[in-house]
Design a protein around this ligand. Structure first.
Ligand SMILES: NC(=O)C1=CN([C@@H]2O[C@H](COP(=O)(O)OP(=O)(O)OC[C@H]3O[C@@H](n4cnc5c(N)ncnc54)[C@H](O)[C@@H]3O)[C@@H](O)[C@H]2O)C=CC1
Ligand SMILES: O=C(O)/C=C/C=C(\O)C(=O)O
Length: 486
């Protein structure tokens, strides 16, 4: 079976179906966003591979779903052990494949992958229970039953992290999985398949199909034998998946984009506010949660803007493998062209470039300068659409009411960040905002016990903790009569 070498590490390029490597007659090329070097030719699946993977997962389901929860949890811990052992390899391969910072992959992202497996294993065997309750002498007992084959469709911005976040609860709950990673970052999903085999997961419980969304993702989502679809990605793809799933009434969980606000009030700690604003350039702005619309209170607008511009000037953009790099490349030249299109159209409609404003061509075709725009026309495209790049807009507001109205003037509702030293204001504003997560005087504090997801077009449903099991399982209430077992 074909293997490619990525940053010195061998990576299988075939699908992983029923515990075997399977090739396809067609291939797609993965190219590194770091330096535009080809990384390998991956198998390009279609309907045949989608069918084969769902069949393998269906065949494995009866045994896996009846495997004791403790045994499943133990296997997930073994996957976590193996992820931890292989952090240097996983981090290096992921950075080559999607361009995010190596030091983040080593220090936080890959450890989080391992934690995700441990967390859902432990939640299954610990927290996942509901106290029994009585109805006129009848006993209600709630259980979370495995639902069947779960199709997981994932994006390229945080590949293995977002995959593990879906794979772990789906498997812990006793479901079997078909994972379709993004074609711009296929590599670590393939390594994860090897890891599950080393950990001893039975054949067919976890499957990976590689390929393009419309070719192999679409038939997976339209498959009648699929019990659940969990998707993270764009709104446009979400609509296609929802249409395909509607035919079979397959339940969906969707984590989509955002256009989140960061509100800086006149009583804010400006040093903190600037630090939080600069954080929005992390992963070159390719984070669904990023607060890309900065709204600043007029009394502090001038000072905040000056400090923010200084901080942006200090950002070091460069090779994501270097330890002192703050912002690396974007995923693909096409994506850079898309980001630049947004900025150019904003400028054409009156916006002013305060920082950045174009590709950093000295570094190559995938690097976009951290950009700050102000004087943006109300209602402009750049305030409405998810750019998914290192581009922030700056708006000034006069009153709290205006701040909330502007912050909420979006079809998204994933997250919001509020910077203020007034607890009453923090409470009022947080209560008013429409968002799945509100951070006050902080950003990106994530805990798997918390619900994660978005309001409006930012998603459907929530994952995390018991919410993940609510989605991936058939939740059952068993009611026993007052006479018990007589
Ligand atoms: N986490 C997030 O919120 C993400 C948001 N995005 C947004 O989407 C924009 C475009 O990125 P794309 O890579 O094009 O995202 P996308 O939504 O097209 O891709 C996400 C996944 O969906 C799969 N897919 C595509 N078409 C499909 C279909 N018909 N059926 C089943 N699966 C399908 C892709 O192969 C990939 O695995 C970004 O610029 C950003 O605005 C993208 C990635 C992640
Ligand atoms: O790291 C998290 O907890 C959440 C990350 C989510 C994204 O980056 C995304 O979906 O874009």
């Amino acid at each position: 079976m074909p293997v490619t070498t990525i940053a010195g590490n061998p990576v299988e390029t075939g699908h992983w179906i029923g515990g075997k490597r399977i090739d396809s007659s067609r291939r797609f090329r993965s190219v590194s966003p770091v330096d535009q070097q080809p990384l390998g030719e991956f198998a390009r699946g279609g309907t045949r591979e989608a069918d084969a993977a769902v069949r393998a997962a269906s065949e494995a389901f009866p045994t896996w779903s009846r495997t004791p929860a403790e045994t499943r949890a133990e296997l997930l811990h073994r996957i976590a052990d193996e992820v931890e052992r292989r952090i240097p390899e996983l981090a290096t391969v992921e950075t080559a494949d999607n361009g995010a910072l190596l030091r983040s992959h080593v220090r936080s992202v890959m450890p989080r992958v391992a934690h995700n497996f441990r967390f859902f294993a432990d939640w299954l065997t610990g927290e996942l229970s509901h106290p029994e309750f009585d109805t006129r002498g009848h006993r209600n007992a709630v259980s979370w039953d495995p639902s069947g084959v779960c199709v997981l469709i994932t994006p390229w911005n945080a590949p293995l992290m977002l995959e593990s976040w879906k794979v772990a609860p789906a498997l812990a709950a006793g479901n079997t999985v078909v994972l379709k990673p993004a074609e711009w970052s296929p590599a670590t999903a393939s390594v994860l398949a090897d890891i599950t085999a080393v950990a001893g997961l039975p054949d067919g419980v976890f499957n990976v199909v590689q390929g393009l969304g419309p070719e192999v993702g679409a038939p997976l989502c339209a498959h009648p034998d699929v019990a659940r679809i969990s998707f993270t990605g764009s709104e446009a793809t979400a609509r296609r998946i929802a249409a395909a799933a509607a035919e079979n009434l397959t339940p969906l969980s969707m984590e989509l984009g955002g256009k989140s606000p960061l509100l800086v009030f006149d009583d804010a700690d400006l040093e903190l506010a600037v630090a939080l604003a600069v954080e929005q350039y992390d992963n070159a702005g390719q984070v669904c949660l990023a607060a890309t619309r900065i709204l600043v209170h007029s009394p502090v607008a001038e000072e905040f803007t000056a400090r923010l511009r200084t901080a942006i000037g200090e950002i070091k953009q460069g090779d994501p493998r270097k330890d002192d790099t703050d912002v690396g490349p974007n995923i693909h030249p096409d994506h850079v062209a898309r980001i630049d299109g947004f900025v150019r159209r904003a400028v054409a409609s009156g916006a002013r470039v305060l920082e950045g404003g174009g590709p950093n061509t000295e570094l190559g075709g995938t690097y976009y300068r951290p950009t700050l725009l102000d004087q943006v026309r109300p209602g402009a495209e750049i305030l409405r659409e998810e750019v998914f790049g290192p581009v922030l807009t700056l708006e000034v507001f006069d009153t709290e009411r205006e701040a909330v109205a502007r912050a909420d003037d979006t079809r998204f509702g994933l997250a919001a960040t509020v910077v203020t030293s007034d607890p009453e204001r923090a409470r009022r504003v947080s209560a008013e905002l429409t968002a799945g997560t509100v951070w006050v005087n902080c950003f990106f504090v994530r805990d798997l016990r918390a619900p994660f997801g978005g309001a409006r077009h930012s998603g459907i449903g929530r994952e995390g903790g018991t919410w993940s099991f609510d989605f991936f399982c058939d939740v059952k209430n068993t009611v026993t009569g007052p006479k018990g077992w007589r």
